[in-house]
Ligand binder design. Structure first.
Ligand code: ZN
Length: 139
């Protein structure tokens, strides 16, 4: 595995992730990430609420087979209210897409978010300029 993955997160999307996580704290938040992948870079360009995400203590589950038709889904992001932003075994078992991102309190800045690939290896995060999102159909 030579090519290192980088995930680009527009600043406004990061703010939205943090805002949602803060709102649900101390429960977990869970969102799906939409974006594009090209040459080892994943560019996040939208967020999607997971319809079957159950918010509560412990881990969040959803059925990834619900989304197999949507190829713009590149991964998931959820919060760890404990502040430990390393993935759990359950997180890795439910790994979906290309990248798993975890956020933790105080939900600010660059140190409260981490990204992992399917081998639980850390993926670099680059915060990029804000994008417009939410009003564009995939097809
Ligand atoms: Zn988790």
């Amino acid at each position: 595995m030579s090519d290192k993955l980088v995930v680009e997160v527009p600043s406004n999307i990061l703010e939205t992730i943090y805002a949602g996580a803060k709102e649900l704290y101390p429960r977990e938040s869970f969102l799906l990430l939409r974006g594009k992948k090209s040459k080892g870079r994943i560019k996040i360009n939208d967020l999607l609420l997971a319809p079957f995400a159950a918010h509560g203590h412990g881990e969040v589950h959803f059925n990834p087979y619900m989304f197999t038709g949507d190829f713009s889904l590149v991964g998931t992001v959820h919060s760890h209210p404990s502040g430990n932003i390393t993935p759990s075994h359950v997180d890795m078992n439910y790994f979906f897409g290309r990248v798993l991102m975890i956020v933790g309190p105080p939900f600010e800045g660059k140190d409260c978010i981490a990204a992992y690939d399917s081998n639980a290896e850390t993926v670099s995060i680059e915060i990029t300029a804000p994008v417009q999102c939410g009003d564009e159909e995939f097809y």
